[in-house]
Design a binder for this molecule. Structure first.
Ligand SMILES: Nc1nc2c(ncn2[C@@H]2O[C@H](COP(=O)(O)OP(=O)(O)O)[C@@H](O)[C@H]2O)c(=O)[nH]1
Ligand SMILES: [Mg+2]
Ligand SMILES: [Zn+2]
Length: 301
């Protein structure tokens, strides 16, 4: 095999990538030169070399890219994503800080977020989880109840939403991302387990991001390892504000056009906060993001 062709990155392994060609052939690709900034979901141009190997030449223009960044590094989650499926569960407890950050990241990258509330069979904790989700429901984010062990239920509640789209499963570990994936795409199971056993990570630990095809619905599902933090230092002030769509009805009444909604007099957002029309935890998250950004900028200027 030789020559130029195009494909899609379906897995990133650090040093090399797995690129899938249109006919389904998998090619092990090494980046040309030192640059290796491709990510799962990228459409790429490659040069075939030898048996099912190739060189990754260029990344084709992206529709979007979801990533996080903190002081020490940034990490790309995936590119060309239609929707973010943020998985939380009745148990263990989920972090509303991480959820809020993921939503802000998605909105600022023009990716539609959907919350999957998993493990609804654990009925004892269900009500508490719903209460904790109320501020997010109020934002108009679609919340879908699922039980990852129940294929019938997933086929009815979730599958129609996935048809023809690329969806990224994201969330803290133990929320049930891999279980969801394996129930929807039984063929994925073997691949995940072989890979993590080979790396000594244990049978059920997802160690890398990978894209899988839905068997009938004609869409793709990307599974990713759990994460502890979701820094958003790459966002501008404007991007951060876009992560809080509930502010937009109140910002027009801010006295200053460049109001940052922290302490300014005549701020419409702070007034709405005082009237409990904006959730206090959400505004606190907004302030954390703004302050982290300012600290980062003053450190590097
Ligand atoms: N009761 C219940 N347990 C679930 C459900 N989905 C996943 N689990 C369990 O939760 C644990 C973590 O699941 P896993 O898919 O590995 O989570 P991940 O880290 O997000 O990929 C496993 O023990 C699963 O069997 C569910 O809908 N109900
Ligand atoms: Mg997993
Ligand atoms: Zn304001």
């Amino acid at each position: 095999m030789s020559g130029r062709t195009q494909g899609r990155v379906i897995a990133a392994h650090g040093r090399h990538y797995t690129v899938e060609l249109v006919d389904g052939t998998l090619i092990k690709c090494f980046p040309r030169g030192k640059k290796n900034d491709a990510t799962v979901g990228d459409n790429v141009e490659i040069t075939l070399q030898g048996h099912n190997e190739g060189a990754l030449e260029t990344i084709l223009p992206r529709k979007n890219l979801l990533y996080r960044s903190d002081e020490s590094r940034s990490k790309q989650f995936a590119a060309n994503v239609d929707q973010l499926l943020f998985v939380i569960a009745v148990e263990p407890q989920f972090s509303d800080d991480l959820l809020g950050r993921a939503l802000a990241g998605a909105w600022s990258a023009d990716i539609t977020p959907v919350i999957l509330l998993n493990k609804i069979d654990l009925v004892d904790g269900l009500e508490a989880a719903r209460v904790k989700l109320a501020p997010f429901r109020q934002l108009g984010v679609q919340i879908i109840d699922v039980c990852a062990h129940d294929p019938e239920q997933l086929n009815t509640n979730l599958l129609p939403l996935l048809a023809g789209k690329t969806s990224l499963l994201l969330g803290q570990s133990a929320m049930g991302k891999s279980t969801l994936l394996n129930t929807l795409i039984p063929k994925a199971q073997a691949a995940t387990q072989m890979h993590s056993v080979a790396l000594g990570a244990g049978k059920h630990t997802t160690t890398s991001t990978r894209l899988y095809h839905l068997p009938d619905a004609g869409g793709d599902l990307i599974d990713s390892p759990g994460f502890q933090g979701f820094g958003l230092l790459h966002l501008t002030h404007k991007d951060i504000e876009r992560g809080f769509p509930e502010f937009t009805t109140h910002t027009p009444s801010c006295r200053f056009y460049n109001c940052t909604h922290q302490h300014e007099p005549g701020c419409g957002v702070l007034a709405a906060l005082a009237r409990h029309e904006i959730d206090a935890a959400r505004h606190a998250l907004y302030i954390r993001l703004i302050l982290a950004k300012s600290a980062h900028e003053s450190h590097y200027s």
